[in-house]
Design a protein around this ligand. Structure first.
Ligand SMILES: Cc1cc2nc3c(=O)[nH]c(=O)nc-3n(C[C@H](O)[C@H](O)[C@H](O)COP(=O)(O)OP(=O)(O)OC[C@H]3O[C@@H](n4cnc5c(N)ncnc54)[C@H](O)[C@@H]3O)c2cc1C
Length: 454
């Protein structure tokens, strides 16, 4: 008798869910699944998907293994090859005035395939998250406007229930539905989100070359530049040095680059200063004013502060073209989830992938890389799927996912807390010197201490 083709339902068409879809379809000749993917957004451009992310060797490897060659051909749209001798996709950490504290050794790479093939080293390729999502969306029949609200497990499978009143049946349910995952909340209600007590604001800007040149030449950094302050504030700028095309630039002779800017400060300041701050998260102009107020309040007067303020001045406050994905900035809480903080994981037909299981601070750039790796590990484990042994497949995946991602959540948490603890001048002296010593050790051994072993 012919076996029924099992159905896998993926909730969430983010980077993790889409990569899993491709991997399951790519492996079709080895194990066939009927794969369905549901997304709560009304369409691909319904919400801003932007900002730059760093794809490391683990993410690059899994991505290339999971997607078909027709999609891989489009990867340069999201992660253009670094411009030779111009771009350096490294990470630099500076103090509040821009003095270098730490720059992990990074090998210059020519493309994503070279990143994927690295055996040692912490090279990354800076990628536009929104464009990577667009690339991954190709040939994927996402069912849009389908918000999952809960599921019901039966002896034979799982019913997935949607807000619009519809329901779907499957053999395996994968919650790839991000940090606020309703699938996780039902499967593991005791797995709680950890709140750092920090607030972050992220924006994408079109930065003129002369402004980024001031960052690059003065602070000698390219790619990702982060500065840690005295009062719990941090700033990050991520950029590619590939000119972008846009009409209506003020200065036609100037090149413009896409940059992601990020500012983080202690959330309690919003409460203390409540009377002074008239910030409304639905009004981008007020959020920009608020960020600039905090920057001036927390950071010293210096060239780095000036450049940062000028970058925040470039944040668009409105959009004239409603068809374009627009970035209405707002304040967000810095949070993470350590999947091993509870010992109640039971492997069954319902599993989790990506931020749904292990959201992490973006400080080390590991969240998307882990989501993409999850997709590869889960798709490989499902190759052995049968109606009798599906639990062992899920268990095999979860054993790997939990160990790997929990370590990365905790590593990111450690660095995040170190960077955002208000230290004052004396604490700053100790923290910064510790970072300088770490930098010297890494340089001497040509090794990034935070790197994961292969
Ligand atoms: C500023 C910043 C910089 C970052 N930099 C890096 C970096 O350099 N490197 C890196 O690896 N990571 C980085 N990250 C983290 C990375 O973006 C995330 O970890 C990654 O996108 C997670 O992918 P995901 O598919 O698990 O979740 P998501 O991308 O959040 O996708 C979840 C999807 O599920 C959908 N969804 C949610 N609820 C429902 C529902 N009820 N029903 C149906 N659909 C639903 C959502 O709409 C969304 O499309 C960064 C994050 C930030 C904020």
């Amino acid at each position: 008798m012919q076996q029924k083709i099992p159905t896998v339902i993926i909730i969430g068409a983010g980077l993790g869910g889409l990569t899993l879809y491709h991997a399951l379809i790519k492996n079709k000749d080895k194990k066939e699944f009927n794969v369905k993917i549901f997304e709560r957004e009304s369409g691909p451009q319904a919400r801003w998907q932007g900002y730059h992310i760093g794809i490391n060797k683990f993410g690059a490897r899994s991505l290339i293994n999971c997607i078909p060659s027709s999609i891989a051909l489009n990867l340069p749209k999201a992660m253009p090859n670094p411009v030779f001798n111009v771009e350096y996709h490294g990470f630099s950490l500076t103090d509040h005035t821009g003095n270098l504290l730490l720059r992990p050794p990074t090998k210059q790479v020519k493309d994503v395939y070279e990143v994927a093939n690295l055996s040692v080293g912490s090279s990354i390729i800076i990628t536009c998250r929104d464009k990577l999502r667009d690339v991954l969306l190709e040939n994927v029949p996402v069912q849009w406007g389908k918000k999952c609200i809960r599921y019901e497990e039966t002896d034979d499978g799982v019913w997935v229930l949607f807000e619009d009143g519809s329901k779907e049946f499957c053999d395996i349910l994968v919650g790839a539905d991000g940090i606020n995952s309703p699938v996780r909340k039902q499967k593991l209600p005791e797995l709680q989100i950890f709140d750092y007590g920090s607030t972050m604001v992220i924006a994408n800007v079109d930065a003129p070359k002369n402004l980024l040149d001031r960052l690059i030449t003065k602070f000698n950094g390219k790619g990702i530049i982060q500065s840690v302050g005295l009062n719990g504030e941090t700033t990050v700028t991520l950029f590619r040095l590939i000119p972008i095309e846009k009409e209506n630039y003020k200065n036609k002779n100037e090149s413009y680059y896409r940059a992601t800017i990020f500012f983080e400060y202690p959330s309690k300041l919003d409460d203390v200063e409540h009377d002074k701050i008239k910030v409304d998260d639905n009004d981008p102009a007020s959020v920009v004013d608020h960020v600039k107020y905090m920057i001036r309040k927390l950071r010293p007067e210096c060239e780095l502060t000036n450049v940062i303020l000028e970058l925040w001045d470039l944040v668009p406050k409105t959009t004239s073209d409603p068809s374009k994905t627009y970035n209405p900035i707002r304040r967000r809480k810095m949070q993470d989830i350590d999947p091993l903080s509870v010992n109640t994981w039971t492997s069954n037909r319902i599993t989790l992938l990506g931020d749904a299981a292990h959201a992490m601070s973006p400080v080390l750039g590991l969240g998307a890389n882990n989501a993409i790796e999850d997709a590869e590990v889960l798709s490989r484990a499902l190759l052995n799927y049968s109606s009798e042994n599906y639990i062992s497949c899920i268990k095999e995946y979860e054993n790997d996912m939990l160990k790997r991602s929990s370590a990365d959540v905790l590593k990111s948490r450690f660095v995040e807390i170190r960077n955002t603890t208000p230290v004052g001048y004396i604490g700053c002296f100790f923290r910064n010197n510790m970072l300088r010593i770490t930098n010297a050790i890494m340089k001497f051994f040509d090794y990034n201490l935070l790197d994961r072993k292969d």
